[in-house]
Design a protein around this ligand. Sequence first.
Ligand SMILES: [Zn+2]
Length: 452
Amino acid sequence: MTHQKTHEDTLSKIVSLCKRRGFVFQGSEIYGGLAGVYDYGPLGVELRHNIKEYFWKSFIADRDDVYGMSAAILMPARVWEASGHTELFTDPVVECEICHEKIREDQSDEHAFKHKSESGSAGYKFTKAKKFNLLVGARLGSSEKTATDVYLRGEITQGVHVNFKNIVDSMHPKLPFGIGQIGKAFRNEIAPREFLFRQREFEQMELQYYVFPEKKEGEKWFEYWKNFSFEWYTALGIKKENLRLREHAKDERAHYAKNAWDIEYNTPFAGWKEAFGIHHRGDWDLQRHGEYSGADLVYTDSETGNKITPWDIECSGGVDRAVLFVLLEAYTEDTLGGETRVFLKLKPELAPIRAAVFPLLRNKPELVAKAREVYTMLKKESANWRTGGVMWDDNGNIGKRYRRQDEIGTPHCITIDFETLENDSVTVRDRDTGKQGRVKISELTKILKNIC
Ligand SMILES: [Zn+2]
């Protein structure tokens, strides 16, 4: 058996698998699709849930020093003035003087090349770059007079900072402490592209970790969260050689950043791309929100009584990007039994389906009844798992069912056959090797539980 990865076209193969097998669809597809917007299908939503669950557990639930929260998507314009987004959340845009398309400045060479290869003309011109704000706006209120401008949040971060006081007053945390959140954010991307990589509506998972505003403390916790985040990303089942930590150059840093590193993934379609960021935001956010809202966003040290504005070490990742990178990493083509097959080598903890149950033949009532019994038992058991479910499949022959489960990354297929009726053993097939073995029904829950 040979495992090989074909790097050319892996992305288009994944896009097509995602559609064919119910992971991800183009947003509002029957209406022609909405660019940069994607809908998650039955299996994709489970994979995404499993990644989020893993984030929530590692960064929030398992820790004593981090609280979870969920802020609203709609926030007043003033929030984004305070955060600097109104002024600085922009991309430089140029207009092509041939076709009048608006393009992000860094993509103008590519655009000129397109005209060149279409018409052979080397003549092209772009207007001077203009700043284009990426915030997505909306209006709330029933009459023009009372309506107010709001924005769909451009990042989930600000929802945490504006609740800093609420959390300090209600939970009385001691520094250092963190607030974590997962949720949707919106950006009016000029050129959404590369499937889930650059979308207009996307989900973020973040931790804002507040520390004493001292250089040493800031550095210590920055290092800590940088390493923690890298370990976490690797544990998604991504090979270390496909991940790297990269420090932002000074001119690349966001307006607030004292120090900034990215975890990058080596994509087959465009090389190293940002997967996760660790940013030292200093006291930028709390200072600004204090100033713009008039609220007192200081923390009183219970030991010294000193009033301080903590510094914030931020860990921030795109959920959809993680889904994409996990899929890119898992996508495998090999030959098994002389046939080419495609399978997703997903970590069992992330697989949408942990086990599939088949009766060998669907027209033998005694096999179907026994398989139903096993299926019902595992379905009940799956309530104790944090991730992954159990699926019933009696469609087509066994070979076809295996291929289907391989393609969606199901680690184990369990077949109920005639021997089951004699000695209560079933065939368990392993996704990665295609090997089959006989296991007692009473052992099944243990085997499936142990993978997590
Ligand atoms: Zn053009």
